[in-house]
Ligand binder design. Sequence first.
Ligand code: PBG
Length: 319
Amino acid sequence: MRPALRALAREAWLRPANLVAPLFVTEAARGRREIPSMPGQFQLGQGDLLKEAEEHARAGVPALLLFGLPARKDARGSGAWARNGAVQRAVRALKRRFPGLVVMTDVCLCEYTSHGHCGLVRRGRGGAFEIANDPTLELLARTALSHAEAGADVVAPSDMMDGRVAAIRAALDKAGLGNTAILSYAAKYASAFYGPFREAAGSAPSFGDRRSHQMDPGNRREALREMALDLEEGADMLMVKPGLAYLDILREARDRFEAPLAAYSVSAEYSMVKAAAARGWVDGGALRDEILLSMRRAGADLILTYFAKEYALDHPQGA
Ligand code: PBG
């Protein structure tokens, strides 16, 4: 079939307008350090983040998702809501320089806690450690509020504590920031696909794991329940994460919910392609395009991916 004819009947497309680029920002004024397991991705100082944002904007990527790397960590993760923290400063600078850019922020404590967990840690029954769900909610709300006050358009809680969306929605509304949207990491699985990210963000837990609050990869109905709950609590958009290994969940979420749906193509999805392509085993660009398109076909509206800039440069009109 001729390409134009094939295109007429094409069902799914991915345009740069659907892409969100995750970026890692530090408190340093400048500098960039490449993340060894994620070639082409960097921990960026404030000035270098602006340069990177400009390159993204020029390539046609309309949105960024920021992760902060604090200079110091403590048991409560207090850097997460610091007025002059890495993310808060970056958001203010980005909104000043690029008013049209959509700025999203990841809301979690794991990059800020000395133990690397997503919430406060305490000794539970029998002396085993546990994450203290309810006391963590206030800290997450405070963090989201500090991002919104700095000017974030969208806050994205990734911690998976129960009730966090309601707590964040209430805090935003009370502060008169009801226009700040919440993109909830609603169906977030306990996944080995986050490995490179934890190196990038220095957020690997120093003991235990995240299986008490992230979802079991064997569960499908649980994901749908979590998404319905987050919508009830006031989420504006829902996310499925990881993307590639959970396309079935994306498809079901698309069929069931009307809210905008995001897929997060996470760190190992990027690293696997880069590693295999570097050995000449695969065509990296073609693999990238097929993986991202599969998420659109499965029903995602927006896609968060470390490939955002290179995809946009290769396909300015989409593909
Ligand atoms: C938690 C968070 C994680 C990712 C995004 N937000 C890591 C985790 O839950 O351990 C992973 C993203 C990726 O792998 O690209 N703040």
